[in-house]
Design a protein around this ligand. Structure first.
Ligand code: ARG
Length: 468
């Protein structure tokens, strides 16, 4: 520990224990916050000079030092400087570097009226805002890619035997499945946008550890410089809350969970047994031993990441339980877990965006499979209901017809419709017997009817356009 890095010490007779200092360090985890802390420190200079607490030459020297640190961060040089100075966290490291860079002791003024608590809280909000914006952007990118694919598949009329419980359920258009895959990412983008807005609302700078300051800090200038709507209303809450960064961690965990469901289904679709989809060479991996293998690893990793992020989010939220108001060191753990979840989550969404753009569907195979599994049985039962047969009776009649056809190893035919009509006391019965007729026959809003799918695509595209 160099002398410059230690931000306290006057009241201690002994230096800190090196092992405990290392145990308490958050530097490796919070280095990602460095550019945000520089902005936060520059805004604090605005608060100091706005309140005439520092002379203008001191403010200029501080700004110059911070600009220099910003370029060190940009050039990837700052991490080693920070590690070498022995500071406990990135906030201390930036303060230490400012003191080192200012030749006439101007750096000794930077920390007037602020605590690292203020730095941590403000910096985390700036970080949360930026990552939330990134989350919205990548979620929209995923949605756009999937919707573009939906338009192609709608034009091609590709059918899919949609499942519940992984058992054939009803025929749908592949485009309908794709829109279902895209919708959660539009919701994710909305969630991220709300997080970014919340992280912009209130600036903790000037909270001065927990109680506010006797120095005339210009909190409005600081808030304005950082793009916040206003200074926070209560210093104790401002430095103690982690709501916004947790909301971003939550939004990330939710979006990756959505991605994980789509990825999980695509993993199955890419198996030769299904043969519905193929992931391109650039996104697939091979085996070191089995020459024929092509594995959809990105989708498997996306599938797995959801659990990791939910765990990190739960851990981060759990650290707040029972914690008294204001700052407590436990919040360092909250920060560590939230950052880990957010960084991994955004990287996962980016990887998912790339991989999903590299999926090709096997239309022939899907169309061929869409006819099997008695997936039109519901439509046949519906036809009976429309002809005045009660729902339970229709269900039982069609169930029995399916059982007979299955025993005989064949699909339902017009002869089955004629037999059903007779059993139900009807003159005739007309019902869809193949996947195309089935989807065309669907008539409710939001159904897999091609016109409804086209309408939903237009609506989702309009909603996506409203983001910018
Ligand atoms: N490294 C700590 C963190 O990131 C900073 C703690 C500052 N406050 C304090 N009172 N020790 O949360």
């Amino acid at each position: 520990m160099t002398k410059t890095a230690l931000q306290w010490g006057g009241r201690f007779a002994q230096p800190p224990d090196a092992t405990l200092l290392a145990f308490g360090s958050s530097l490796e985890e919070d280095l990602v916050l460095a550019p945000f802390d520089v902005r936060c420190s520059l805004a604090h200079v605005a608060a100091l000079s706005g309140g005439s607490i520092v002379a203008s030459n001191v403010a200029s020297a501080l700004r110059e030092a911070l600009a220099r640190i910003a370029s060190e961060i940009e050039r990837d040089e700052f991490a080693s400087v920070a590690r070498a100075c022995g500071a406990e966290d990135v906030h201390g490291a930036i303060d230490a570097r400012v003191r080192e860079l200012c030749s006439n002791g101007e750096g000794e003024w930077l920390h007037a009226g602020r605590s690292r608590n203020d730095q941590v809280a403000t910096t985390l909000l700036l970080y949360a805002r930026e990552r939330a914006e990134e989350g919205a952007t990548v979620s929209l990118e995923i949605a756009r890619t999937v919707v573009a694919s939906a338009k192609e598949e709608l034009a091609a009329g590709t059918r899919l035997a949609a499942t519940t419980h992984w058992q054939p359920a009803q025929p749908v258009l592949l485009a309908f499945w794709l829109v279902a895959a895209a919708e959660p990412f539009v919701r994710a983008a909305r969630r991220f946008a709300a997080c970014a807005k919340a992280a912009r609302a209130s600036s903790p700078l000037g909270s001065a550890a927990l109680a506010g300051s006797t120095l005339p800090l210009d909190r409005i200038a600081a808030a304005k410089e950082l793009g916040f709507d206003a200074p926070s209303r209560n210093a104790m809450d401002a430095i103690g809350t982690r709501d916004e960064v947790l909301d971003v961690a939550h939004a990330v965990a939710r979006a990756v969970t959505d991605a994980s469901r789509v990825a999980g289904e695509l993993v199955i679709w890419c198996t030769p047994a299904f043969g519905y989809a193929r992931l391109g060479d650039a996104s697939s991996t091979g085996s070191s031993l089995m020459p024929q293998k092509r594995n959809p690893d990105p989708f498997e990793l996306v599938r797995a990441s959801a659990a990791e992020l939910v765990g990190a989010y739960a851990g981060a939220l759990g650290t707040l339980g029972g914690l008294p108001l204001s700052y407590h060191r436990d919040l360092q753990q909250t920060k560590r877990l939230a950052i880990a979840a957010i960084e991994r989550g955004i990287a996962t969404l980016r990887a998912f965006a790339r991989a999903i753009a590299d999926v090709r569907f096997n239309r022939e195979r899907m169309n061929a499979q869409a006819a099997g599994g008695y997936v039109v049985a519901t439509d046949v039962a519906d036809a009976l209901i429309l002809a005045g047969i009660s729902a339970r009776h229709a269900h039982a009649l069609v169930g029995a017809a399916v059982a007979t056809a299955e025993r005989e190893g064949r699909a339902l035919t017009t002869a089955d419709l004629a037999a059903l009509a007779k059993e139900a006391g009807l003159a005739t019965l007309d019902a869809p017997l193949d996947a195309s007729a089935s989807v065309r026959a669907k008539r409710t809003t939001g159904s897999t009817n091609p016109d409804e799918v086209a309408k939903s695509i237009r609506a989702i595209e309009e909603e996506m356009r409203s983001f910018k």
